[in-house]
Design a protein around this ligand. Sequence first.
Ligand code: AMP
Length: 250
Amino acid sequence: MVKVAEGLQAEATSWKQIIPGPMLLMGAPGVGKGTQAKGIMAAWGIPHISTGDLLRDHRLNGTPLGVLATQIMDSGKLVPDDLVNQMVAERLERPDTVRGYILDGYPRTLAQAEWLDQRLRDQQSDDSRLAAVPGGLPLIAVSIQVSYTQLLRRITGRRNCPTCQRIYNVYLQPPKFDTVCDVEGTPLVQRADDVEAVFHERMRTYTALTAPVVDHYRASSRFVEVDGEQPADEVMAGIMTAVARLRSQT
Ligand code: AMP
């Protein structure tokens, strides 16, 4: 672990010089996309754009999209492509995306992937914001792999504190007392789509609709696959090293 931390520090200088550009984090529910995206966001100062989080914000705010998405999300199915694409298009317009961004949980269907590929092609040819980046930056796709059994424990054990949003896992990282937050003492809650029946449905959806998206990007020269069962900092080091190497060749 110490070695990894030293390695991370030694690489940090060269990482800082990188313009990370657009990145996808792909993988089944529970592989750790959110955790990795937050680490990369902190290291490279680019936004983490999670379509799941954006949809949950819509639900909280009671927007028409949020109202429509609620039932679909709680059943483990996917929100229609055109609505999600539109939501992503709006988010990518924000100026914080100019040096790059990490898309988490998107694209989840081939239609979404084709929409995104087209958008990036259009952007490379006519977005003046990218004029400073020689040749524009092509997408790098990262796929994180974790076994089904491990995913089941990670997802069905996940609980969060509704007050401070800390995340626990009743099997892997339990709170000190019963099922209340260590810091707030608030009873922990489980996301409606983290119950076991919905987990299996989400995995079926992933295999049928999202695994082909991973294969779509696997065919490109900017594809990275990492073992998500290693400690989180090793996963992150693997991702950042691979992205830095690919960007130096871009
Ligand atoms: P997540 O937090 O990424 O696991 O997403 C939670 C739920 O939001 C998913 O099970 C879907 O119902 C919905 N969702 C998130 N991202 C997408 C997407 N790219 N396309 C369609 N539905 C999505």
